[in-house]
Write a protein that binds this ligand. Structure first.
Ligand code: PEP
Ligand code: MG
Length: 571
């Protein structure tokens, strides 16, 4: 089977099929003699969730807002209602189906009724029903979440096979030691793929029918470099791939020697190679790979897979942990980029076109309280190291002005309470919308630094949904429009003396390192796993030789010629 490779390397192991809790629930017939057992399984899940909710309610501090208790009471009421706690049992018995399927059928029926309700308040309770049903589903599918606990004796050889996974699903894998994962849907720069890359395990997306064709426990070889899966290999293929896997491991080991080498070209141009992270625990990998800072901390992952929001203290602790562990090196923390494919539990995706909807800074500016909580947490953490704030998806001067006003307000809140923070904290913007790239001069002065988010910049320039596998073959970082935009941003910033970084997946693609150096880029931020290979490429490059070739590439009109020129540049 062929798909799009998203994380290189080779894995050999047994398939484990997983489902997304809401989207994809397996349906199977339960023999008559097992129906009672299946019903008992459902009851046990409801009882477990009731216990969980009651426990949370018992632990609410006395001074917590009244709404907390009301919220939990409501969820318990929904859970205890016969439509959710009894009806699925009847479905199991009459249809002789599995409990997960019965719950899905009943939840879908309930949600359809909610859509018919005229009363706005009641209609909004749909989100609560979803949350409660998801809790029961998770309890049915096994904790934590719906990701199955790996078998402890053979963690390393388990390969997850799924139709689709959300970024929220994949981030849970960080706690497990899976050998690989593969999905039917997704694009190379979807957030699902990005998190897969950060797990540092071979992965493939856009396989189309893998979930359907592969059987539980089947032996698989995953080639994450080529994007191929060999199902049920013969002994010869197995031996060949074991050898390749060994060679791959040796190469990785060799690269480790570069950890403390300074990244500079042969003609002594210094390059800053920083790392992207999703969670505070990723810092150890950042340090292991010798990054000179964190160029992108995607804080929205702190908001996923939970039913509440992280409060100011929790966020402050998370940011301070990262800043402290980086020990004086710069840490660029991005305000949450929620709203496109990453959602807070229970909140439906906004509109039919979420990537063009209320996302990133747009969402923050419509939720000032939530935004101020995050800004204050970041400012407080700035006292403990070198923290910079990065704003995702900036588009206009007006948005930047509003953001700066909220930042001033957050600073004032801290001043009023004599809480220390870095008064010289820098604030930067992500250039990921073509309009922002073209109108850079209208707001460049307002910001201290900029960072190019090529994943979104390509998505919006080429009108390719980065999460959609049916158009992923058209997603092309080498499209002349993309290359010219990226080169334009770098040149404009360099001319204005404004620090410019690139933190999209292009930064970690070793095939593009020389091209970007030739554009004048001196600061890259990428997944820690890519860092040493990119460093090796920097060390082998001579800027004086690169620059004239790159200039010609910007003028190339024929895509085939352009690829040939890139091959020569990298030779
Ligand atoms: C980008 O868009 O290139 C980027 C770095 O941000 P994200 O991938 O989180 O959207
Ligand atoms: Mg982005």
């Amino acid at each position: 089977m062929h798909g799009i490779p998203v994380s290189a390397g080779i894995a050999i192991g047994h398939a484990h099929l997983v489902s997304h809790a809401r989207l994809e629930v397996a349906h199977y017939v339960v023999p008559q003699y097992q129906v009672a057992e299946e019903s008992a399984r459902f009851d046990a899940a409801v009882t477990a969730v009731r216990g969980e909710l009651e426990e949370v309610r018992a632990e609410i501090p006395a001074d917590a807002p009244q709404e907390f208790r009301a919220f939990l009471d409501l969820h318990l009421m929904i859970l205890n209602d016969a439509t959710l706690s009894k009806k699925p049992r009847q479905i199991i018995e009459t249809e002789q189906c599995n409990a997960d399927w019965a719950l899905k059928v009943q939840t879908d029926a309930l949600l359809a009724q909610f859509d018919e309700i005229d009363d706005g308040y009641l209609r909004e309770r749909k989100a609560d029903v979803i949350q409660v049903a998801e809790r029961v589903m998770k309890a049915l599918l096994g904790q934590p979440g719906h990701v199955p606990a790996p078998r402890s004796d053979s963690d390393q050889s388990l390969i997850l096979v799924a139709h689709d996974l959300s970024p929220a699903d994949v981030i849970q894998f960080k706690q497990h030691q899976f050998a690989s994962f593969v999905t039917d849907l997704g694009g190379a720069t979807s957030h699902t793929a990005i998190v897969a890359r950060s797990l540092n395990i071979p992965s493939i997306v856009a396989l189309h029918h893998a979930r359907q064709l592969i059987r539980e426990n089947e032996l698989l070889i995953i080639d994450g470099t080529l994007g191929t899966i060999i199902v049920d290999p013969d002994t010869q293929a197995l031996a060949e791939y074991k050898l390749r896997q060994h060679q791959w491991d040796l190469e990785r080991q060799k690269l480790k020697r570069l950890r403390d080498t300074r990244a500079a070209t042969l003609d002594r141009i210094e390059v800053d190679l920083q790392a992207n992270i999703e969670l505070p625990d990723d810092v150890s990998e950042v340090r292991e790979n010798g990054a000179t800072g964190i160029g992108l901390f995607r804080t929205e992952y702190l908001f996923l897979n939970r039913d509440d929001l992280p409060d100011e203290d929790e966020q402050f602790e998370a940011y301070r942990k990262v800043v402290r562990e980086m020990d004086g090196l710069p840490v660029t923390i991005r305000t949450y980029d929620l709203g496109a494919d990453k959602h807070i539990n229970g909140i439906e995706s906004p509109g039919t076109n979420p990537a063009l909807g209320l996302r990133a800074i747009r969402l923050s500016l419509t939720e000032p309280q939530m935004f101020l909580v995050q800004l204050r947490a970041m400012l407080r953490a700035s006292h403990y190291g070198r923290l910079k704030i990065l704003i995702p998806m900036v588009m206009s001067l007006a948005e930047i002005n509003q953001t700066l006003n909220y930042l001033a307000q957050a600073k004032q809140n801290l001043e009023d309470k004599y809480v220390p923070y870095d008064r010289n904290i820098e604030i930067g913007g992500m250039i990921e919308i073509p309009a922002a790239a073209l109108a850079l001069n209208t707001f460049i002065r307002k910001l201290d630094f900029l960072s190019i988010g090529t994943n979104d910049l390509i998505q919006y320039t080429l009108a390719i949904d980065r999460t959609n596998d049916t158009v992923s073959h058209l997603y092309d970082p080498l499209h002349p429009a993309v290359l010219n935009l990226v080169a334009h941003i770098i040149k404009t910033c360099n001319k204005a003396g404004k620090p410019i970084a690139l933190c999209g997946e292009m930064a970690g693609d070793v095939q593009l390192t020389r091209l970007l150096l030739g554009f004048g880029l001196r600061q890259f931020s990428m997944h820690p796993a890519c860092l040493l290979e990119v460093k090796q490429q920097v060390l082998r490059s001579n800027l004086r030789e690169i620059a004239p070739q790159v200039n010609k590439m910007l003028r190339a009109e024929d895509p085939d010629k352009l690829r040939a020129m890139l091959a020569r540049l990298n030779a």
